[in-house]
Structure formats: structure tokens, C-alpha cells
Design a binder for this molecule. Structure first.
Ligand code: SF4
Length: 699
């Protein structure tokens, strides 16, 4: 039903345009309101990311915002074994601040830190990193993007010069070849997947590189030209083989490379990938991909016209995540598939504001706009604006915080909007670290798993209860608008501000628009962004500044952000996670359309909760060898832990590989994932875990 129909029927009185708080597509919606109640979410036909489309999550899964599980009173307790005690906001904030100050005076300034989330708005994330840097006096701030797309930031910066995707979504309509690597758009990014499928039905050719047969490989009127069914953990071997074919068969776009890229780096790379050890035939036993198929895919990518790469966590969440991102950028540069519509390197971001949380300086080594804390000019700029001295040394990343806590050095943590006890790998390690801290402050909608280890609980606000902005996977900054009052009294940015003031660092923002004005004043890529301009333009794709006053749909046109594109050597290093007799199968993970991450929101919305459990997909041959039949309970043991799931027999997965989703943490996908992580960014290797699977009786 359209907005007007609903309003005419008297079900809604007015509507407010806002942005979906689920995936990185960032669909625009009209929240249809009756008083303070949301009657319905209607996809906005003027939405520049979604053009009136939406998926089931954005449209129906808002029930969590009013779910009875919402906590609406601040709570404190001296020990985690004590019961929670409801207190006033004043008491809760004063207690958190006094504990943090006590810890700092006893153990030093670096003994506390903060973690923000890709669920938070840009303004909230900006404030958390400002609180840590200016209020706590250290750089111990990190974001949950650490565990998903941190390799994207690193890899694209090294090669192209900017830590972001190169295209807008509509660009896919100009693509002749679409290569999807380690992503499952129909489940993870459904509205963008529809756009991609439209182009595929129009005749664009599809290459999928994925260990599992995702829906896109074969769907109505779509058949992938090539499905490169690689073994989990061999991405870099695969990308080097693709590059080998391009270089040795004379498929390099020499004119593009000569004009646009650093020559010495290119020549070094050309020699590297031309080596016979990268030939598809030499790598076939490693990747499991037939050499002829890989050669054909490389030829299609290099010669099929406009070729665009879309990738997801199947690229980043590996011990060589950053290497693979650079390998993808190398392919695009070598074939000239970058810097115009229909091509490019496009990370599909899982959460609503992964891009924004990275842009806003929530990494321990970077200020907003990806500028290193060691850069004196940048530091001086922020010191002047914030009125404090700032440290030039990077702070602790999330895994380093855990290690430091277990060593007895890191004692206090402020967590906004992220359930690290469920989302991070090797749960036992994470919970031991949280247990070792003296003050954990959790700011969230629900008493999540992390709150079990907390001493202060600050009830946060849902996206319907606050103003702000999210930045989607195409760098599009869009407004989030408050449609109802915060249930616990404060929006998240206000809570952070209260904590900063109690810590002795003054913040006096009256509205998130003032925070955005400060971001724009301090961040070159955001210079032209303001709430007034967002209201006028609908949304803005950064960079938006004097050079690009209307924003930037396509990056690297004419010149790379770093000047010349830089090819990087991408040596394949096998993962530490080896199969052996004890752990003979490789487990990999992914998403399903109706659920979202650990299910905190979708599982609290009845009408989308039709998918009730995570199941283990296992190939019939592996199942038969273990006496497992459909729906049997199976035990899954890894070097980190063990869990139990129900089995689903399917040839979507190849023999030797098992797969599960991670939406039901009680079944514990992260109990069995290990501490292995990306060499450059510490992004966990969620996608490769050696496991044993056995039939068990019902748990
Ligand atoms: Fe929300 Fe993503 Fe679905 Fe759009 S595609 S409605 S942004 S979950």
C-alpha cells in the first residue's frame, strides 16, 4: 500500500523519511506514523540507493524497537555476580566515569578504551572516538568493522588510495561481466542483488568465485558462465592464477596501466604473477578449481567488456584478507576495469554503517578521513579543534584489548552497540578477557551476552529514536530521522556526551547536525556535507568538497586518489587452519535473507522470524561416511570449541566443506571459530575452520 493509501485509510497520520538500519545497501524508507507509533515502513520511491524497493528485513523487521526486552532504565552493579540495580541516569553515568577514572589513576591512561559499532550512526561513532582520544586520553578505540571489512580499508588504500568501494550501485547496469567473489548478494544485500539480476537477465555474463553454490549461480533466467568452486582459504592462490592468465595471454590493458599506474610496481607484479607456479594448472590441486575453467573465467573478465567485481566477507575474513583485496584491485587495474561506470572494485558491506564507522576514525591508528594519528599536521588540526593534546601512537585493536586484559593491563571498556561476546571469534577467549576487566560499560538496546560481563548498563536507542546519518556501501551518506522519542530518555550520542562530560571532557552538542558540521570542518572528504545539503540532495556520496561539490558516484576517474595506481605483490600463504585426521572438514559461514547477524533484532520481530535455527550444510558423501541423515543432530568440534547443530544434506557445498549461518549464537558458530586473523588488520578468519563432524543424540 502506498503512503497516501494508508493515510487515506486513516491508519497513518504522517510519514518521515529515514534509512534502513540493517544491511549496507542503505534503503530509504517512509516510516508511516500514527502518533508515536510506526504503522508501517514503506520503501521510498525517491530513495537513491533503492528506488522504491526493499527486502523483508527493512520492511517488516522493526518490531525489535518496541520489543518488551528493551531495557529502559540504566543499571549498575559492583560485581558481575551481583544482581542489577536500576538507577538514575546521573548515578549510572557518574559511576561509570568514576570507575574509569579510578582505573586510569591506578593502572595508567591506556588501561581503558572504547568499541563502537557499524550499527551506530556516523555522528555517534565520531563521538565515541572523540571521547576515547580526547576524554580518555588514548587511542584505544576500535569498531566492529575490525571483524568484517578492515582488510577492505587496508587493501584498497594501498592500491587505489581510498578505503572505499569505487562505484555507485546503479553502475552495475553498465557492466558486461559481473564477478562475485565471496559474497551472497541475494541473501546479504537483496535490493542490490535485484539490480544485479536485472543486468544479468539483460545479458551480462556472471562469474562466481565461492566454495558454495550460492543462489545467484543458477536462478530463474540466470546461469553463471563460470562458478569457480574454490576450497576455502585459497582465495589468493585463485586471484594469482587469474592474474597469471591475464599477463601470460597478453590480456593486460597496456595503455591504461602505462598512463594510470606506477610502472616499477606493475613490472614487478607482472613478473611475479607470470611465474609458472601461479599457472592455473599448477594451482589446481591447491584451489580445487579446474584449470580450464579458471582460464576461461580470466579471459572473460579481461575481454568481456565492462567488468565489475563485487565481493564480501568471503574475501576479507581470512588470514590473507588484505592480500586478497589487493589481488582484486590488481586485476581491475591490469585490465583497465576501474575509473568509469560499469566496472570497479566493490565491497558489499554487511551492516548499515560499516563504511561510515571506518570513515569516522574509529580505528586506533586513524582520525576521521583515514588520516594516521602519527601525522603531525592532522594531529595538530584535531588538537586545535578539540582543545587537548593527542597521542601520536596508535592504540589497541579489539583483539589486542582482549590480550592486554588477560595480561592484567587493560581494565575498562565502553562498548556502544556491539555484542562482542557473541560476534567475535573464539568466544571463550573473549569472555575470559571481559571477565578480567574491572569496569565494563555496555550501551545497547537489550541485555545482550556482553552485558553478562558488564558493571554498568546504559540503555541505548534504536534508529527510529534518533537523528543522524548512515553511509552505505556506495559511500552514500543518508539521513536517519527520529520518528519517536528515545525509550530510555536519551539518544546514543547524548549518552556518550554525558559520559564525556562526567569524565571531565566537555561536549555541548545540541543536535547531531552540529556533530556533522564538526566532521565536515575536520574531514576533507566530508567538507561539503551538512544536514541542510542532505535534505536538499536526498543523499550525498563522498568525497563531497570543493573539487566534487555534488559528491562522487564513481571514484578514480582520470586519476587514482593516490595519484598512480599501485600494484601489490600478493604471495599466497596457506592458512594455519589445516585439515588433518582429527579435523578433516573445513567449516565456512554466511548469512540468510530473513535473519541478520546474531539475530538481536530480527529474532525479536515475529513476522520475519521464520528461519528458526542455524543448520549445518554437509555434502551427502561426507554425511554418508559419518552415518548422518537429514535433520540428524551433529556435533561440530574445532581446535577452539564445539557445538551442536542439525544437519542438512546438500550438494550446494562440495565434499570436504561444511557450511552454516551465524544468526543463532546459542548454537555457537563463534564458539568454534579460531583466533587466526588477517596479517595486516587482525580481521578474524571466520571463513576457514577445520572441524570434525559426528552424529550425536539430541542435545
Ligand atoms: Fe534494509 Fe538491506 Fe533490506 Fe534494503 S536490502 S531493506 S538496506 S536490509
Amino acid at each position: 500500500l502506498s503512503e497516501n493509501t494508508l493515510i487515506a485509510k486513516g491508519q497513518a497520520e504522517h510519514s518521515i523519511v529515514t534509512t534502513c538500519a540493517y544491511c549496507g545497501v542503505g534503503c530509504s524508507f517512509r516510516a508511516e506514523m500514527k502518533g508515536e507509533e510506526v504503522v508501517r515502513m514503506v520503501p521510498d520511491k525517491d530513495g537513491q540507493a533503492n528506488h522504491g524497493h526493499s527486502c523483508v528485513k527493512g520492511r517488516f523487521a522493526i518490531g525489535y524497537a518496541t520489543h518488551p526486552d528493551r531495557i529502559t532504565k540504566p543499571m549498575i552493579r559492583a560485581r558481575t555476580s551481583d544482581p542489577w540495580r536500576e538507577v538514575s541516569w546521573e548515578e549510572a553515568i557518574a559511576y561509570a566515569a568514576s570507575e574509569f577514572k579510578r582505573i586510569q589513576s591506578r593502572y595508567g591512561k591506556g588501561a581503558i578504551g572504547g568499541i563502537t559499532s557499524s550499527r551506530c550512526s556516523n555522528e555517534e561513532t565520531y563521538l565515541v572516538q572523540k571521547l576515547v582520544r580526547a576524554g580518555f586520553g588514548n587511542n584505544n578505540v576500535d569498531t566492529c568493522a575490525r571483524v568484517c571489512h578492515s582488510p577492505t580499508g587496508y587493501g584498497l588504500r594501498q592500491t587505489l588510495g581510498e578505503s572505499a568501494g569505487t562505484q555507485n550501485f546503479d553502475s552495475v547496469l553498465q557492466a558486461d561481466v559481473i564477478m562475485v567473489i565471496g559474497a551472497n548478494p541475494t541473501d546479504g544485500h537483496p535490493v542490490f542483488a535485484s539490480l544485479m539480476k536485472r543486468r544479468l537477465r539483460e545479458g551480462a555474463q556472471l562469474i562466481v568465485a565461492d566454495p558454495r553454490r550460492i543462489d545467484l549461480v543458477r536462478s530463474p533466467h540466470i546461469e553463471a558462465a563460470h562458478h569457480l568452486k574454490l576450497k576455502p582459504g585459497t582465495n589468493v592462490a585463485l586471484v594469482n592464477s587469474l592474474a597469471h592468465v591475464i599477463v601470460t595471454e597478453g590480456l593486460v590493458n597496456e595503455a591504461f596501466v602505462r598512463e594510470r599506474c606506477e610502472q616499477p610496481a606493475f613490472e614487478k607484479w607482472r613478473k611475479f604473477v607470470a611465474d609458472a607456479r601461479h599457472a592455473p594448472e599448477a594451482m589446481e590441486a591447491v584451489t580445487g578449481v579446474p584449470a580450464a575453467e579458471l582460464r576461461a573465467a580470466a579471459r572473460l573478465y579481461a575481454t568481456g567488456g565492462n567488468a565489475a567485481i563485487y565481493y564480501g566477507l568471503g574475501v576479507t575474513e581470512h588470514s590473507q584478507g588484505s592480500t586478497m583485496v589487493m589481488g582484486i584491485a590488481n586485476l581491475a587495474m591490469a585490465t583497465g576495469n576501474i575509473g568509469r561506470e560499469g566496472v570497479g572494485v566493490n565491497p558489499l558491506r554487511g551492516q548499515n554503517n560499516v563504511q561510515g564507522s571506518c570513515d569516522m576514525g574509529s580505528f586506533p591508528h586513524e582520525f576521521p578521513g583515514y588520516r594516521h594519528v602519527a601525522d603531525e599536521a592532522t594531529r595538530t588540526q584535531f588538537e586545535k579543534a578539540w582543545g587537548v593534546s593527542l597521542l601520536a601512537e596508535p592504540g589497541l585493536r579489539i583483539p589486542n584489548m582482549f590480550e592486554s586484559a588477560l595480561d592484567g593491563d587493560f581494565k575498562g571498556l565502553y562498548i556502544e552497540g556491539e555484542d562482542i561476546a557473541q560476534s567475535d571469534p573464539n568466544t571463550q577467549h573473549v569472555t575470559a578477557a571481559l571477565n578480567a576487566m574491572e569496569c565494563v560499560v555496555v550501551q545497547d538496546l537489550f541485555l545482550n551476552e556482553s552485558a553478562k560481563f558488564a558493571h554498568v548498563f546504559l540503555p541505548g536507542s534504536s534508529f527510529l529514536e534518533k537523528d543522524g546519518t548512515f553511509t552505505n556501501a556506495e559511500r552514500r551518506i543518508a539521513r536517519v530521522r527520529r520518528v519517536m522519542k528515545p525509550k530510555a530518555g536519551y539518544a546514543d550520542w547524548e549518552i556518550t556526551q554525558l559520559l564525556a562530560n562526567a569524565m571531565g571532557y566537555a561536549m555541548n552538542y545540541r543536535h547531531p547536525s552540529e556533530i556533522m558540521d564538526e566532521i565536515a570542518a575536520l574531514t576533507p572528504t566530508f567538507q561539503g556535507v551538512s544536514y541542510a545539503r542532505l535534505d536538499e540532495m536526498g543523499s550525498i556520496q563522498w568525497p563531497c568538497n570543493e573539487q566534487q561539490p555534488q559528491g562522487t558516484p564513481t571514484m578514480h576517474v582520470g586519476e587514482f586518489v593516490r595519484g598512480k595506481g599501485r600494484f601489490m605483490i600478493t604471495e599466497y600463504v596457506p592458512t594455519h587452519e589445516k585439515v588433518n585426521t582429527r579435523y578433516p572438514l573445513i567449516l565456512t559461514t554466511g548469512r540468510i535473507l530473513s535473519q541478520y547477524n546474531v539475530g538481536a533484532q530480527t529474532r525479536r520481530t515475529e513476522n520475519v522470524a521464520w528461519h528458526h535455527e542455524d543448520r549445518l550444510e554437509i555434502h551427502p558423501s561426507d554425511a554418508e561416511a559419518r552415518g548422518i541423515v537429514e535433520n540428524d543432530w551433529v556435533g561440530i568440534a574445532s581446535r577452539a570449541g564445539e557445538t551442536v547443530l542439525r544437519a542438512h544434506l546438500t550438494d550446494r557445498v562440495q565434499p570436504g566443506v561444511v557450511y552454516t549461518t551465524f544468526h543463532f549464537p546459542e548454537s555457537g558458530a563463534n564458539v568454534i571459530t579460531t583466533d587466526n586473523s588477517d596479517w595486516a588488520t587482525n580481521c578474524p578468519e571466520y571463513k576457514v575452520t577445520a572441524v570434525q563432524v559426528t552424529r550425536v543424540s539430541q542435545p
